[in-house]
Design a protein around this ligand. Sequence first.
Ligand code: CA
Length: 166
Amino acid sequence: MKKTLTAILTLFFAAGLSFGQNLLNDSSFESGNLSTWNLTGDSADCYAEKNKGNAHSGEWSYHYWKKTAFTASLDKKITGLSNGTYKLSVWSMGGGGENGIKLFARGFDNSGKEISTQIKNTGWKKWKQYSIEIPVQNGEVEIGIFVDANKENWGNLDDIELVKLN
Ligand SMILES: [Ca+2]
């Protein structure tokens, strides 16, 4: 009986570890840097910003602002995943006016397909959460945030999470 109970509890905790848990390190940017990410773009204008008023949680968030139009991609590859459906989500706020901001995932199967959702900022502290579901079929996924901004567009993103749904 005790052995069975232990086995059940072990299964329960093992499942708990793979389902529902955020798989991204430093998801709230509280390390104060973007070292776990790959940034394609101008690091003088896209960076981890320390400003509680611009963070969804904690003190830090991913911030962008530039005097001139720009594009920037903040992305990373997550490997060693068990196949299944994952949910990627992020909180965003900002001044709006971009050509586009998207939360994206690719490289999750062999089709070359990208899944994304458009983010629309509507003002300071007007936080909204955006998410996509990703059917991972090859044990990995490249996730990221792509910004296509006009001059003087600004925004903050925070609390990015990747969780396994099933
Ligand atoms: Ca934060």
